[in-house]
Unconditional design. Structure first.
Length: 136
């Protein structure tokens, strides 16, 4: 199984990945994948080596064994976190671009607001949702 962790910088993707792998070894976890390539390519006018159709073709190939967890936090909490590389970008615009990509992608996406959750609680919520949708 492939678990793709998505969301704006500072939301906790890397922390959640480390927390997951401390307890479970049943999946490969990736922070940022095709959705982020699309979103940040548009936001920062980055040249990407792949077109939207090519990104979606990758998603189609992995859709049967991949799940995306999109994490969000309340804006006030996110603004207090250090180390964000996109502080000059509008959080709502980022979330809208993610939604645009998800509406086109065949990947299964679960969204979790992690504003007031501890990393271990997020991991257990992920596991609960993976069981519910048949990934475990």
């Amino acid at each position: 199984m492939l678990i793709i962790l998505e969301g704006v910088s500072g939301v906790g993707k890397t922390t959640i990945m480390h927390e997951y792998t401390k307890k479970y070894n049943d999946a490969v976890l990736i922070c940022r994948f095709t959705p982020s390539t699309f979103v940040y390519g548009k936001l920062k006018s980055r040249q990407t080596n792949m077109t939207l159709d090519e990104l979606l073709a990758i998603d189609k190939k992995i859709k049967d064994f991949a799940i995306v967890f999109h994490f969000s936090v309340e804006k006030e909490i996110l603004e207090k976190r250090e180390g964000r590389d996109d502080t000059e970008l509008d959080n709502d615009m980022i979330e809208n671009l993610y939604d645009e990509y998800y509406s086109l992608s065949p990947l299964y996406v679960e969204k979790i607001d992690v504003s007031y959750m501890k990393p271990y609680e997020i991991v257990e919520e992920m596991r609960k949702r993976m069981k519910r949708c048949g990934f475990l």
